[in-house]
Design a protein around this ligand. Sequence first.
Ligand code: CP
Ligand code: NVA
Length: 298
Amino acid sequence: MNLLDITDLGADGVASVLDLARRPVSSLGRPLDGRGAALIFEKPSNRTRHSMEIAVVELGGHPVYTRGEEVGFDTREPVEDIGRILAGYHAVVAARVFSHSVVDRLATVCDVPVVNMLSDHSHPLQGLADALTMIEEFETLDDRIVAWVGDYNNVARSLGEVCSILGAHLRFAGPAGYQVTDDELARFTALGARSVSSSIDPREAVQGAHAVHTDTWVSMGQESEKAERIRIFGRYTVTTDLMAQADGHAIFMHCLPAYRGLEVEAAVIDGPSSRVIRQGHNRLHSARGALAYLMGVR
Ligand code: CP
Ligand code: NVA
């Protein structure tokens, strides 16, 4: 099995990964003992690289980090040749890519699990850490209100999937052209979301929310659109005023890296409601849980 999207896990798989993420490392055995994990990055990373490398080591394996240009997906050689070769060396092949089609193609040819470490489409490892962080805070996501403010991007999609599977209410707000689509909302409902909504007004989305999430307005690969995006997203900054619309105990979350003064005010991300450091640390626990699950640990 692969982890290209949260939906690959299904409801039982999400529950298992979150359970494994909370177990002591010593209880997981060493399912990667003496085996390799290929970690290929076409884009920069702090959290994903470090959490995945350490998770592999904790499970007894050996991570091999490679920059995208070294393997050269479809430039040095075809994605399929790269995948078939790496699957002969490693117990897992993980990649951070510009185009989601690359992880899809790897999954087609690899006879070991393929993990999406972020694509233009989704960021499942982030979604798992986000869910873990909210569950630590609220015990459950069932019937909790989760708001997303800003660009409906890769992180938003994976968050929407995991929150739907866990029975949350989803509230999205973003500018026209960058909003969640009706098809996506229908998909979230089918996955189990208690309710879904989309608005142009961030206040509407945040009203009564238990967790308020945002992300950069300019994802990796969109740098040429930076000025235009900053203009378009200008009213979607998560401010203390906006957080005041949320539940009195609401938490602020962001996958990081964050741009203070753009998508979030410093007073919010560095303030008492922020859980971003905990969320970042949970990337390790959820990565370990996900890898153990893919290796068959239950
Ligand atoms: N949140 C996240 O994926 O961070 P990195 O880009 O630093 O890995
Ligand atoms: N949406 C961001 C997430 C970074 C972790 C990006 O894709 O660049």
